[in-house]
Design a protein around this ligand. Sequence first.
Ligand code: 13P
Length: 250
Amino acid sequence: MSRSYYIAGNWKMHKTRAEAAELAKALVAQLKDGKHKYLVAPSFTSLETVGAIVKGTNIRLGAQNMAAEEIGAHTGEVSVLQLKDLGVQTVILGHSERRHNYKEDNALINKKVKLALQHGLEVILCVGELLEEREAGKAESVCETQTVKGLEGVPASELGKIVIAYEPVWAIGTGKTATPEDADAIHAYIRKVVGKLYGDAAAENIIIQYGGSVKAENAAQLMGKENIDGALVGGAALKADTFVPIAKFG
Ligand code: 13P
């Protein structure tokens, strides 16, 4: 198995440039001997500042979203070309806050995924069910649809640049974490879905992060599960004191 752990911090709509710089500097210093793969995704406004700090370190620079078009009359959007210009290496797409609060559908997310890959970016594709979908027994089918539709038209040769993040919506920012067993079951299911699309080797190699109230206290247990290959961390990623112990778990 060639999977390695990948711990990412999604800073969402937090931090001024000065605050982002302070956190980025602390992470560079404290994670320099870290054994896993790392990423920070600040707001667009802090990408240049944080990019200059993490450049050449073991921390990748990620964006939290991206336009579905390359260039043109799209007021308020940010293009893949502009992200690349700032040194962005990875883009988070299909986050539940984009899907549910900003009505991004699978078709739009798929368009973004393909555009990001075309430009050589790594993609963290987020999938996950709402509480009512889980209670209706639909967690697997929702994640399957989001995975299949998100990856539509993505050739096998590009799959190495795809990371999937399973983020059950009911666990995001709520303090409710999926149990490691429940999360692992969905991760295994997603892996099977990838296997059906791309074959066993691809399924075995794809990194599937868990996201939703990950903290130092539950990180090792979650990532100890066979199918959980890392974490996409929100709230606990906003301070070095809370992110570093997750990033250095194990
Ligand atoms: P929390 O860790 O705050 O639950 O957020 C998870 C998340 O949405 C990361 O993308």
